[in-house]
Design a protein around this ligand. Structure first.
Ligand code: UDP
Ligand code: MG
Length: 320
């Protein structure tokens, strides 16, 4: 098998048949074997029904059916785990990422043995000013503190060779931030610009707050800088406290000043209390992650894996 198209899907009933048709159309002269690995990430609409309709088609189709919604990161992991291709493309179901570009990526990889991965990035997404501001600063911040490089606008839309897929699968951490994982495993990646189309049907699953949470996943997953900030802030506040103490002692003893600093004491108390809470919060973030990772929970749970007849009778269930 030359290529596996890994497609995470959450409530995409309208897009599944359109996606399949687009692949059929764009890949008709591909000249190599390929499969589609759909991951049904706990959709609440008819996504699974639409996927099952494709089992009889001429393209080999696998459906990894999750027991609930685990999120796109888990869906990508499950898709990778069930992909057989020598090359793997991760692509959204909503046709914002065109299968024709996926084919170009494959051709490009074939002709460039020195590269392991072709990744698409978007120069602009027609997003609101506030979101662009938020994203710009997020990338500035994370690139300053993390050892891994994060490329702004890079998406999960990429094609890579099997060894890179195995490396990603080897990173079975529970808190997944694929942009970081892709960059952490290394391998030579070529970035190509692309413009995302409009969603064929349905609506985006990303709200502003989901993005904020995802950004935090990146920061806490790939840097320990916040822990350092906490230490520095704690140190600074302690130094401030010492200076203030010396100042009070000198003022009271040498200049016979009267200690009436009730207000400032309250302020100080609040400031120190605030800093302590902040530090505790940050430590808690890491601790919570260690705690959940320590449980070694699976990244996803699949109820079933359904395959086209083309694959034969094998129906094992793999849980990441
Ligand atoms: N997706 C998923 N699980 C989720 C959310 C999204 O598998 O919990 C899939 C979704 O069906 C789509 C892809 O991830 O194929 C990208 O999602 P979306 O189009 O909502 O994101 P956007 O393109 O707006 O960044
Ligand atoms: Mg989309």
């Amino acid at each position: 098998m030359k290529l596996s198209l890994v497609v995470p899907c959450f409530n995409e009933e309208g897009n599944i048949p359109l996606f399949y048709k687009a692949v059929q159309n764009d890949f008709k002269n591909a000249g190599f074997d390929y499969e589609i690995v759909f991951v049904n990430d706990g959709s609440r609409d008819g996504t699974l029904r639409e996927m099952k309709k494709l089992l009889e088609g001429d393209i080999p189709v696998k459906i990894v059916n999750f027991s609930r919604n685990f999120g796109k990161e888990s869906a990508m992991y499950a898709g990778l785990e069930n992909a057989q291709g020598e090359f793997i493309t991760i692509i959204d179901a909503d046709l914002q990422q065109s299968p024709a570009i996926a084919l170009e990526m494959v051709r490009s990889l074939e002709s460039k043995p020195e590269f392991d991965c072709i990744a698409a990035y978007q120069e602009s997404r027609g997003e609101s000013k506030s979101l662009v501001f938020f994203k710009d600063n997020f990338y500035k911040l994370i690139n300053k503190f993390a050892d891994t490089e994060f490329r702004q606008g890079a998406s999960d839309f990429r094609t890579f060779r099997r060894p890179m897929a195995e490396a990603i699968l080897g990173m079975d951490e529970y808190f997944r931030f694929s942009k970081g994982l892709f960059s952490w495993v290394g391998f030579k990646t070529k970035f190509i610009p692309y413009t995302a189309g409009k969603r064929a049907t349905g609506e985006t699953k990303w709200s502003f707050w989901k993005l904020v949470r995802y950004a935090f996943e990146g920061i806490f997953g790939f840097t320990t800088a916040p822990l350092r900030i906490a230490t520095v802030a704690g140190g600074a506040s302690l130094a401030g406290f010492l200076i203030y103490l010396i100042y009070i002692i000198i003022r009271c003893s040498a200049f016979k000043g009267v200690y009436t600093a009730a207000n400032s004491a309250v302020l100080l108390l609040l400031a120190i209390g605030g800093i302590q809470l902040l530090c505790l919060g940050i430590i808690g973030e890491y601790l919570a992650r260690t705690y959940i990772q320590g449980k070694r929970r699976p990244i996803y749970i699949a109820k079933e894996i359904i395959k086209s007849k083309k694959y034969g009778e094998d129906t094992e269930v793999k849980n990441g």
